[in-house]
Write a protein that binds this ligand. Structure first.
Ligand code: PLP
Length: 427
């Protein structure tokens, strides 16, 4: 694309990741690159690891890879498992299916359980089914249980604590590995409390960074497993990373500028307070779902207890190709929505409510959807935009939080100049 052909105004990037990146983070990323073996780097390395530990809610090491989330998926498997090991995986949607395919390609023996057909893609992980399967595995042939926390292809968030309880109830020693690539920093996540052995996350979702770095949060049990695991690994190997991270460095060149962005992102999240960040996403999710209900359309997640605070999957009526609706919305209104993936391709689209958003960007997004649906000939029961306006107006973001964030904004302006980057001139 030629840069000068870019339409005026901001593009609406409302896919469920990569999410819109706040200007504050973009500015941090633009700082000059420093020597990753030099004296200043260690402080950055130690800061981002400590901040990530707070976000994952863990006291254990967190490995950072210069790779997309797929790399961190591979790292979790190759560090802990050996050829032909059985792994129990649960089919919640497209990303669970891709992780299973990766396990096959790595020479593992994944067993995929879940509801048959596309119906399973409307529900979360069934902890009781996992417990039963583990009880049946008297010889403990299953070495790991792998589940997706927030299934980005459907907008269903699974109950990870229930999976932990299921493994414990079956008295099974399998490792618990959780993909929270799109959950971390938007949906509640507790690595240590939920007894997760490897948590996998990525930069481009709740952390509000561009794509390019990804994470493995570890447990003592996972580190012990890595010492006897036989799958080949070098780039992904935890041992050298964890060792060098103790002094804030990496065994190879880290993504310095993305780490600047990560440091800024962690400052933003922790300044706001994680409970407030999670509440903000919950509220956005409810606002968007209020619109979908007013349109008279169906939400892809069939279990209200598992609605994702990160994205909402919207089913289009039979005979309406969701991708054509998305394409029209993109062409007419410069708004990108998530496509339906795998089994639900053409049957639904996804609205991301994460990253640098607010009530008005979400209302504009819903307006783009509503216009696009109407232009595509979908007869809507009512106006989702009006319903969402009423919802947001009736449910203000907690005022103490809003006041605190406005206060912080003015403090920053006093310290650094104006928000557009110009030095403030005293009048
Ligand atoms: N798992 C989930 C839940 C995801 O949402 C994604 C990407 O969207 C991935 C895995 C793959 O990550 P990446 O595309 O960053 O390699």
């Amino acid at each position: 694309m030629k840069l000068d052909s870019h339409p005026s105004g901001r593009h609406f990037l409302q896919i469920p990741g990569p999410s819109p990146v706040p200007d504050r983070i973009l500015r941090a990323i633009s700082l000059p690159t420093i020597d990753h073996r030099g004296p200043e780097f260690a402080a950055l390395g130690l800061k981002v690891i400590a901040g990530l530990q707070q976000v994952f809610k863990t006291r254990h090491p967190v490995a950072i890879y210069p790779a997309s989330g797929t790399g961190a998926w591979e790292a979790a498997l190759v560090n802990t498992l050996s050829p032909l090991d059985k792994v129990l995986m649960f089919e919640t949607g497209h990303f669970a299916s891709l992780w299973k395919k990766m396990a096959e390609r790595l020479g593992l023996a994944p067993e995929f359980i879940g509801l048959p057909g596309a119906e399973g893609w409307r529900h979360g992980v069934d902890a009781a089914a996992i417990e039963q399967r583990l009880r049946d595995d008297a010889s403990h042939a299953i070495k790991a249980v792998c589940v997706v926390h927030n299934e980005t292809s459907t907008g269903v968030t699974s109950d990870i604590a229930a999976v932990r309880r299921a493994i414990d109830a079956a008295r099974h020693p399998a490792l618990l590995m959780v993909d929270t690539i799109s959950g971390l920093a938007s949906a509640d996540y507790r690595h240590d409390e939920w007894g997760v052995d490897v948590s996998i996350a990525g930069s481009q979702k709740g952390l509000m960074l561009p794509p390019g770095i990804s994470f493995n949060a570890l447990s003592t049990k996972a580190l012990a497993a890595s010492r006897s695991a036989k799958l080949p690994r070098s780039f992904w190997a935890w041992d050298e990373i964890v060792e060098m991270n103790k002094s804030g460095y990496w065994p190879y060149t880290p993504s310095t500028n993305l780490l600047y962005g990560l440091a800024e992102s962690l400052d933003m999240l922790l300044e706001e307070g994680l409970p407030n960040v999670l509440a903000r996403h919950q509220r956005w999710g409810e606002g968007v779902r209020t619109a979908v209900r007013a349109w008279g359309l169906e939400i892809q997640c069939a279990d209200p207890a598992l609605y994702s605070p990160v994205l909402t999957g919207v089913k289009t009526p039979d005979g309406v190709d969701a991708d054509r609706v998305r394409q029209l919305i993109h062409e007419r209104f410069d708004l990108s929505l998530g496509t339906g993936l795998g089994k639900v391709k053409g049957r639904m689209f996804r609205i991301g409510h994460l990253g640098d958003s607010n009530d008005l960007t979400l209302l504009a997004t819903l307006a783009g959807c509503e216009m696009g649906l109407k232009l595509s000939g979908v007869s809507l029961a009512g106006s989702g935009v009006h319903a969402a306006m009423d919802f947001f107006a009736a449910h203000p973001q907690r005022s103490a939080l809003r006041a605190a964030s406005m206060q912080r904004r003015s403090e920053r302006l006093d310290t650094y100049g104006t928000e557009d980057g110009n030095v403030k001139v005293e009048s």
